[in-house]
Design a protein around this ligand. Structure first.
Ligand SMILES: *Cc1c(COP(=O)(O)O)cnc(C)c1O
Ligand SMILES: [Zn+2]
Length: 418
């Protein structure tokens, strides 16, 4: 396995032991003095760094801010978020045939997706740098979360959505929380191009996962999984399977594990194998992993029922591809039909998720079927968003209602007839 230690001294630009570092050239920048999303020198992605990394004993409380010692602030703009359930799903566990399977249901966050973990930190940073307009491009959940956290902070919020490609629940959230919604005649990747232009012209503060501080909040998913799994099984999971869109979560989990290793909180051998799942119609990360490429080929046309991962140009690929490789993980593509089957299986155990979330279970099923996952593995699947986010997909996946006459005997006759 690659060396997972983060090792450099504290640069002069650090403020309270926090700075930003370019993942490509290593250049360090002050965290909150000027607004930047990428490296001034080489345009590489940035990540937050800390002079002191915490270990398990340093954490107290619940939710994202339990982990404040691993974050740039003591507390953020909070609703509150995190502390999501790690469900047992024993029927799927038996059917897939692994030693243990748990589902980390991020749909149980305040606005119904893990994006809240990123926004509680990201909107706090927006206050720190002193901006008055927040913006994001979104396949839906980022806009719902930003609208809610922007409203909480009393800041103006702008969201750019691909017209006709966002699930109903998500648009409704963004609208009611008071975001200004711009529907772009293009796909998510076009929306992100435009919002990045707006950010670079100083028109808005960008809160897509290109913003390194959002990923700081999202890395708490990894901290929660590690702590909770260890409490239940006495050890850390062998593998974490997650849906991949812009690959922000993949990058955030990898960073979480490198920080834990560097702090001495876990051994390199404890790091779970990061396993990414994409939809067949939208799988540039899977293509790069399968072909051994260091760079992503942008897919101009993407299509899948899992609209949250309908992304052809994952911006965090330069952080996420090394993460998948260094942890010994893999990536796999699944069909829309396999996604819907997995959504039904989860719902059959009481866990209601949107299609993108079910991709994790569909991917595990496929990898286990191929023998790429062993029967003695302990696995956590991440489900990223709530069932009600996409009521149309849920209605299509579920059984149709049965019309019956307005009479008890007729209702009983109808029930007996099946
Ligand atoms: C944003 C989102 C994803 C994709 O996450 P990335 O970090 O962009 O890879 C997956 N599922 C849901 C429900 C999401 O909202
Ligand atoms: Zn650089």
């Amino acid at each position: 396995m690659a060396n997972l230690q983060l090792t450099d001294g504290t640069p002069d630009v650090a403020s309270d032991g926090v700075w930003l570092a370019c993942i490509e050239c290593g250049e360090a920048f002050a965290p909150f003095e000027a607004i930047r999303y990428t490296c001034d020198d080489c345009d590489g992605l940035l990540e937050a760094r800390y002079a002191d990394l915490p270990t398990w004993d340093d954490f107290e409380g619940e939710g994202v801010w339990r982990y404040s010692d691993a974050l740039p602030f003591e507390v953020g703009v909070t609703l509150p978020e995190g502390h999501t359930p790690l469900h047992r799903v024993s029927r799927i566990e038996d059917e897939v045939g692994v030693d243990a399977l748990r589902v980390k249901h991020e749909g149980m966050n305040p606005t119904g997706s893990f994006k809240d973990r990123g926004m509680t930190v990201g909107v706090r940073v927006a206050q720190e740098v002193g901006v008055d307009r927040l913006a994001c491009a979104s396949t839906g959940n980022t806009s719902a979360a930003l609208a809610a956290y922007g409203a909480r902070a009393g800041l103006e919020t702008l969201v750019l959505l691909p017209a006709g490609k966002v699930a109903a629940g998500k648009v409704a959230q963004a609208a009611l929380h008071g975001a200004r919604i711009l529907e772009v005649d293009g796909n998510f990747d076009s929306c992100l191009d435009i919002v990045q232009d707006l950010a670079h012209r100083g028109e808005a503060y960008l809160l897509n996962s290109l913003n390194p501080f959002r990923l700081e909040g999202q890395k708490t998913i990894g901290l929660e999984i590690m702590e909770e799994f260890r409490a239940d099984y006495g050890d850390y999971p062998d593998r974490i399977v997650l849906p991949v869109g812009n690959a922000g979560n993949t990058a955030a989990l990898y960073k979480c594990f490198r920080e834990l290793v560097t702090a001495g909180a876990i051994e390199e051998g404890d790091v779970p194998e990061l396993t990414g799942v994409q939809a067949e119609g939208s799988a540039p990360m899977v293509e790069a992993i399968e072909e051994g490429n260091d760079e992503i080929r942008r897919w101009p046309d993407v299509e899948t029922i899992a609209t949250a991962i309908r992304i052809g140009n994952p911006v965090n690929a330069p952080k996420a591809l090394p993460g998948i490789r260094a942890t010994g993980g893999t990536a796999v593509a699944v069909s829309d039909e396999e996604i819907t089957d997995a959504q039904r299986s989860l719902a059959g155990e009481g866990v209601g998720v949107e299609p993108a979330s079910a991709a994790s279970i569909a991917g595990l099923r496929k990898l286990r079927g191929r023998g790429d996952v062993d029967d003695d593995e302990q696995v956590v699947c991440l489900t990223t968003g709530h069932l009600l986010k996409d009521p149309d997909a849920a209605a299509t996946a579920g059984a149709d209602p049965e019309p019956v006459p307005n009479d008890t005997d007729d209702v009983l006759a109808h029930l007996a007839n099946r």
